[in-house]
Design a protein around this ligand. Structure first.
Ligand code: NAD
Length: 246
């Protein structure tokens, strides 16, 4: 089926990659919106909306999509806790996919991280390292946040156990801690490594994205999938059916 797509953030790096991926998949971007553009009438005329813009643009789009009863795919990252809660509430009446990373490889990394953490247990210290291009406006990346979430669930740790960077007299690393570190520079599209450091050995799981098209194609795949789903909030592991395979 040819989809009519509203694309928010259309002039950005990801917006352009999504326009190319949509055309290559036989879909049509019927509303290519960016800063200052009105969401109507584009939202009424589309089959699905895709958002890769800026953190404060997602909630107005979620409200418009919910009011028009249109499915939504959210790729934007960097939302505040308050924004995340408001977006979640707003999305209740519609089907929506919300993922910090739409690549297949990264979603497999989530799955492998979950298994590794459960198998290795608390004796292996988890640390997450990410690197992105110098233009990126938020840190840590949405993907790193996703990895931390997976680690927290697998190891039964809370937000207080997450440590963003280290500096000065930090003291010894507590056993119950997840370290998160963000590097920025050059044109790196997105690298993520999860370390599990034990005594006498360490395991490193790494994903490197070398082309934005992987996120764009994943977002298009999510758009094709979400239009047939009942209202609910999904992520890319639902789209790829990686959720319940243990
Ligand atoms: P970018 O800065 O190149 O593009 C963002 C675009 O959004 C710009 O054209 C900007 O003008 C526009 N924009 C800003 N405010 C807006 C508003 N209020 N309404 C409409 N448009 C607005 O950034 P990018 O590299 O394309 O990334 C966009 C977002 O997608 C970021 O949050 C990034 O972290 C995220 N991202 C997610 C994934 C994923 O797989 N989930 C992958 C890559 C990037």
């Amino acid at each position: 089926m040819t989809l009519k797509i509203l694309l928010n953030g259309a002039r950005g790096r990801m917006g352009q990659a999504i326009q190319r991926a949509a055309e290559a998949s036989g879909h049509q971007v019927t509303a290519a919106l960016d800063v200052g553009d009105k969401l109507k009438p584009g939202i009424d005329q589309c089959d699905v909306a895709i958002d890769f813009s800026f953190h404060d643009a997602t909630l107005p789009l979620a409200r418009a999509a919910a009011a028009a009863g249109k499915p939504l795919v959210i790729g934007t990252t960097g939302h505040t806790t308050h924004e995340k809660e408001a977006i979640r509430e707003t999305l209740a009446p519609i089907p929506a996919v919300w993922a910090g990373n739409y690549s297949i490889g990264v979603n497999l990394l989530y799955y492998l991280t979950d298994h590794a953490a459960r198998i290795l247990g608390p004796g292996y210290n988890p640390e997450v390292l990410e690197m992105h291009h110098r233009h990126k406006k938020d840190a840590p990346s949405g993907t790193a946040e996703g990895l931390v979430h997976v680690l927290r669930e697998a190891l039964d740790l809370s937000e207080e156990h997450v440590r963003h960077g280290r500096h000065g007299l930090t003291g010894e690393r507590p056993g119950q801690e997840i370290g998160v570190h963000a590097l920025r520079g050059g044109d790196v599209i997105g690298d993520h490594t999860v370390f599990f450091a034990g005594d006498g050995e360490r395991l490193e799981l790494t994903h490197r994205a070398s082309d934005r098209s992987v996120f764009a194609l994943g977002a298009i795949r999510a758009a094709q999938w979400v239009i047939d789903q009942p209202p609910g909030l999904y992520d890319m592991r639902d789209v790829l059916k990686l959720r319940h395979q243990r």
